[in-house]
Write a protein of this length. Structure first.
Length: 131
């Protein structure tokens, strides 16, 4: 019983830290899972916004498929874009570091013919929705 009390005291000592971390991560957790069409629309809208911010031209962006897991859903989108090499790399970095839980899973980049420092890129981007 004494060991149990000591363990409980230790948990109580971490209570404030656990509460603070819970507040930080709460923005990533969805109370209810919205309709797939709504999630895909928001997902593609965010990709368009990030492309505009980084001066990348989106050629095509289409939702691909969705995978349901125990605690989260994965929404995939195929994205084709072009622009200056540094802008495309900035776009990729922005996608991977946004608060929207996006990640580039696959990409293929090729130089544009006849233009210096211009590239075309095809990507598979995933959005995680934690529930």
């Amino acid at each position: 019983e004494k060991i149990s009390i000591m363990r409980d005291r230790r948990f109580l000592a971490y209570r404030d830290k656990i509460h603070q971390e819970s507040e930080v991560f709460s923005k990533f957790i969805s109370e209810s899972v919205p309709d797939d069409d709504v999630v895909n629309a928001e997902f593609l809208s965010l990709i368009e916004k990030l492309a505009t911010q980084t001066k990348v031209s989106l050629v095509k962006s289409n939702p691909s498929h969705m995978e349901k897991k125990k605690y989260f859903n994965e929404y995939f989108a195929n994205v084709d874009c072009d622009g200056k090499l540094e802008d495309v790399l900035a776009f990729m970095h922005t996608v991977n570091t946004t608060d929207g839980l996006l990640k580039i899973v696959k990409f293929n980049m090729t130089p544009r013919r006849g233009e210096e420092n211009e590239v075309k890129a095809s990507m598979l981007i995933v959005k995680f929705l934690v529930h």
